[in-house]
Design a protein around this ligand. Structure first.
Ligand code: TTP
Ligand code: MG
Length: 347
């Protein structure tokens, strides 16, 4: 099979953007994250990684590990700007790029008849010269193997996985490295003594289906290097929303509703900016004992105004049993429609 998928992932992305703006930050342990007592690390530079600091670690814990840690408040606008720059450079190589996240994507390179290693190097050098940022690249004959490859030699890595490398290359991996096996599934497998992919090969398809339902089949294929997906180039966002962990827990319904009212305004703005409407509203509440309540409601018609959104949010909140202080609130919309497309139907 042809090696036509190139997956890229930027190295220590938020931290690397900050270092570009202030090169001194490269040589001291530094993390990007919230400074509040509940702040967590979004990412750490390589100096800080030496001390074991990593994404999602609470800042207070990081400070215990590194006394003179430099903490930078995230600046999403900046990271979006740099991300756009990188994607622009990449788009000179292919107009078929699926964006997976702010710092990661997969590109169709079937039209480029060039040695794969040489091409990866060319792409990597171009990004570095034109943006100052470092990316890691994986090339393979399907999307999930290309992604796995991009993570292989980080940072500034290049890895090519061919058909001949399968299954040997996968054997020794922890099962969590396989796309489609999330944290929960990994724990489930570890519980029954399965840690490595080589052990997972022993399980027949039916057992995997029994364990994981439909995704059992996907896992069965993935560990055999099978992935028939093609790039998804539709730019339709699946959901849009607001979420916040509060400095001080919300104490009662009145405070919750006040927040939801603010979120409804933000959501209205976001929907308006993207020229879309939504049919489903989701509410997420994390209580101060860390239990999570989620509620959602799908409506007959699309909505987009703050009043309509708030009305649904309020209904969902009042029907959720909030019997403790609230630590986090999230309000999001899905089932999104394109307003322009909606209008076409009425022409
Ligand atoms: P990642 O690509 O997972 O991490 P990274 O780019 O910092 O490091 P690596 O070189 O290992 O790829 O995520 C991209 C950015 O997304 C990261 O710079 C910060 C942000 N992020 C969070 O905000 N929270 C998280 O839990 C993670 C994992 C990332
Ligand atoms: Mg990255």
């Amino acid at each position: 099979m042809e090696l036509n998928f190139l997956h890229f992932d930027m190295d220590a992305f938020f931290a690397s953007c900050e270092i570009l703006d202030n090169p001194k930050l490269k040589h001291v342990p530094m993390v990007v994250g919230g400074k509040s007592k509940r702040g967590i690390i979004t990412t750490a530079n390589y100096e800080a990684r030496k001390y074991g600091l990593h994404s999602a670690m609470p800042i207070f814990k990081a400070k215990q590990l590194v006394n003179d840690l430099v903490i930078i408040t995230p600046d999403m606008e900046k990271y979006k700007r740099y991300s756009n720059k990188v994607f622009k450079v990449l788009s000179t190589f292919s107009d078929r790029i699926q964006k997976m996240s702010i710092d990661e994507g997969c590109m169709d390179i079937s039209h480029i008849k060039m040695d794969r290693y040489y091409l990866a190097k060319l792409v990597q050098d171009n990004v570095r010269i034109k943006t100052g940022l470092s990316i890691s690249i994986g090339i393979s004959y399907n999307m999930s193997l290309a992604k796995l490859a991009s993570d292989w030699n980080k940072p500034h890595g290049i890895k090519i996985i061919t058909e001949e490398d399968i299954p040997e290359i996968l054997m020794d991996l922890d099962v969590g490295k396989i796309q489609g096996i999330g944290r929960k599934s990994e724990a489930k497998l570890n519980d029954i003594g399965i840690k490595k992919v080589s052990q997972l090969y022993e399980l027949p398809k039916d057992s995997l289906k029994r364990l994981f339902g439909k995704s059992g089949e996907i896992i069965y294929d993935r560990i055999r290097g099978i992935d028939k997906r093609d790039l998804d180039l539709s730019r339709i966002r699946k959901s849009i929303g607001e979420e916040s962990t509060f400095e001080n827990d919300l104490k009662n319904y009145r405070e919750v509703l006040k927040k939801l009212k603010q979120f409804s305004v933000e959501l209205e703005k976001d929907l308006e900016k993207n020229d879309i409407k939504a049919k489903t509203i989701h509410l997420k509440i994390k209580l101060n004992d860390f239990s999570v309540i989620t509620r959602s409601m799908t409506l007959e018609n699309y909505i987009c105004t703050r009043d309509d959104i708030y009305r649904v949010a309020k209904y969902l909140a009042l029907n959720a049993k909030i019997d403790k202080k609230v630590r986090l609130l999230g309000l999001s919309a899905s089932n999104l429609s394109d307003k322009k497309y909606e209008q076409l139907r009425f022409l």
